[in-house]
Design a protein around this ligand. Structure first.
Ligand SMILES: Nc1ncnc2c1ncn2[C@@H]1O[C@H](COP(=O)(O)OP(=O)(O)OP(=O)(O)O)[C@@H](O)[C@H]1O
Ligand SMILES: [Mg+2]
Length: 311
């Protein structure tokens, strides 16, 4: 398997903030690595270090065999980057934006026109060439952003929260595009996302908090390694149910997921035998209480709690 991204022990400090604190990761061709973490975890800073937009205080980055510290140009040429606060030129059309980003990346003339047409077709924007970028919907802007990041045929793609604020249907479309790029072009991608359903699509994930990757693994490994068990509770009223659950000595936390609560419990039997009467005694109607497999969100919260880091 070809390793396309290799970061070793990256560190970056801004004043008193250790934004990245010893991050190591590798991503192979055809893989998507998800960076998941709360605001300020260090995801964007990590990406900026990986593309060389910021220099690291220590550590090394190797992109497709090129050491970013020694051969920055050849390493950067392999990377396509969609920044979190990426902006298109709103007063240029779709095709003008693509041409502009192509020229910045050293693609010009007929090869640029051919690549632009291919990408517009790929992202579903063929036919919108002459629309001003400022008049595109949010999802279309992100797709055009992805096309601009791909204009020079990078083997490595860094996408920083590419679907934040995009509607769910477009998020699905966007992920289909990423999956096709991994499969057909053997691209290695790092994608940061606040959405756990998107994280679950990645081959591997790193849970990031305060500059560190607390753990990484496949979505399946991360949920299987979670400490404790999860019970799903549907009960009304939900807030009162949550209060009563948290009073049980074996319930570590109770997270709301839509109309349900996920109870992270130390052991199942005791809780299942005690809770129904405690809830009904407290005026709560119980529709369902059953053990369920942990989700990534459960695993992440559990990891933060077991590191003593819940805020
Ligand atoms: N240029 C900078 N100068 C000073 N502090 C910075 C700078 N860039 C980032 N930071 C700080 O470094 C930490 C990590 O920020 P970063 O933007 O990497 O987090 P993030 O995980 O991308 O968060 P978000 O989900 O909000 O995008 C934060 O505490 C942030 O305030
Ligand atoms: Mg960020």
């Amino acid at each position: 398997m070809t390793t396309l991204i290799e970061a070793r022990d990256l560190r970056k400090r801004f004043g008193s903030t250790q934004a990245v604190d010893g991050v190591s990761l590798t991503v192979n061709a055809g893989e998507a690595y998800g960076l998941v973490g709360p605001d300020g975890a260090g995801k964007t800073t990590t990406m900026r270090l990986l593309i060389g937009a910021l220099s690291c205080d220590s550590g090394s980055v190797i992109i497709g065999g090129h050491d970013l510290g020694k051969h920055a140009e050849s390493a950067r040429a392999m990377v396509g980057y969609l920044a979190q606060r990426f902006s298109l030129y709103v007063d240029l059309t779709v095709i003008e934006n693509l041409r502009f980003f192509g020229e910045v990346r050293g693609v010009a003339g007929a090869p640029l026109d051919a690549r632009a047409a291919e990408l517009l077709h790929f992202v579903g924007l063929a036919g919108f060439e002459t629309r001003l970028a400022g008049n595109l919907s949010g999802g279309m802007k992100q797709k055009l952003g992805l096309a601009t990041a791909l204009i020079h045929r990078p083997q490595v793609l860094l996408l920083d929260e590419p679907t934040a604020g995009v509607d769910p249907v477009t998020r699905q479309d966007f992920w289909q595009l990423i999956i096709r790029l991994l499969g057909s072009e053997g691209i290695a991608a790092i994608v940061s996302t606040p959405y756990m359903d998107e994280a679950a699509r990645c081959n591997r994930l790193g849970f990031m908090y305060r500059g560190r990757i607390l753990t990484h693994g496949s979505p399946r490994e991360l949920t299987a390694n979670m400490s404790g068990h999860v019970l799903e509770l549907i009960a009304h009223p939900k807030d009162r149910a949550r209060e009563l659950c948290l009073a049980d000595p074996d319930v570590e936390d109770a997270l709301a997921f839509g109309d349900r609560l996920h109870l992270r419990v130390r052991q199942i039997e005791g809780v299942v035998s005690r809770l129904p009467s405690a809830l009904s005694g407290g005026g709560v109607m119980v529709d369902r209480l059953r053990p369920i497999p942990a989700t990534l969100e459960d695993a992440f919260i559990s990891l933060l709690a077991s590191s003593g880091k819940t805020q």
